[in-house]
Design a protein around this ligand. Structure first.
Ligand SMILES: Nc1ncnc2c1ncn2[C@@H]1O[C@H](COP(=O)(O)OP(=O)(O)OP(=O)(O)O)[C@@H](O)[C@H]1O
Ligand SMILES: [Mg+2]
Length: 194
């Protein structure tokens, strides 16, 4: 089973989402859990080096060929972090996905940007957006939720903006974040794409 975390836009929360989903999968008893980093910037790989997560094995796959190989070789659960901007790698990863998680932010300009990622997802492949670093109680968030609902794009999670999540590998994974991402994981696992 491969869960691909993707949004061709940069800096939305892909790596954070991939790390937290992998950790949530371990907590759910998945073994082995693979974290495939297909971004040449290697942010997931660096995070795992600085702060390893027990039960998560990191595999680097920074090209179309290597990401596909990493995604087809294993028998467990893999979470795949993808690079911003590199449509070919993103396409290759989505090609091997069972579900696609699309991290995004609240705010109007984000909608059109997610469309580029949505266009790459084949009909029927389970997918959902995750609103990252959300400011709870703001109009922006309410409007964003209404927008995705009207567009019939499932919202798999709303992750609040927290210093404990923003600190990345500098500190332990943040409990509230793990709980919120467990909900996302549950949704991604619900259906299997054949
Ligand atoms: N829930 C959150 N609360 C606060 N900060 C967050 C949250 N989620 C992500 N961030 C912050 O947003 C920034 C971008 O996150 P991240 O690196 O995960 O995005 P990315 O999409 O992987 O970026 P890139 O496109 O460069 O790979 C980081 O500084 C991260 O700490
Ligand atoms: Mg990243």
């Amino acid at each position: 089973m491969n869960i691909v975390v993707s949004n061709v836009k940069g800096g939305v929360g892909k790596t954070t989402t991939a790390i937290y989903l992998a950790s949530a999968a371990v907590a759910r008893g998945y073994d082995p859990v693979l974290l495939v980093d297909s971004d040449r910037q290697a942010s997931s790989a660096e995070w795992m080096e600085a702060s390893p997560i027990e039960g998560v094995e990191l595999v680097e796959g920074p090209s179309e060929r290597t990401v596909v190989r990493a995604m087809t070789k294993h028998e467990g659960l893999a979470v795949v972090d993808t690079p911003p901007g590199d449509e070919r790698i993103v396409r290759a990863a989505i090609g091997g996905a069972d579900a696609v998680v699309i991290p995004t932010r609240a705010g109007g300009v984000e909608f059109t940007r997610v469309a580029a990622t949505l266009d790459m997802i084949p009909n029927g492949m389970p997918h959902g957006v995750v609103i990252c670093a959300a400011r709870l109680g703001t109009n922006d968030l309410v409007e964003t939720i209404e927008w995705w609902t009207a567009e019939r794009v499932p919202i798999w999670g709303v992750i609040p903006e927290r210093v404990g999540i923003a600190s990345g590998p500098e500190s332990k994974l943040y409990r509230e974040g793990l709980d919120a991402y467990d909900t996302v994981l549950r949704k991604a696992l619900r259906k299997r794409w054949q």
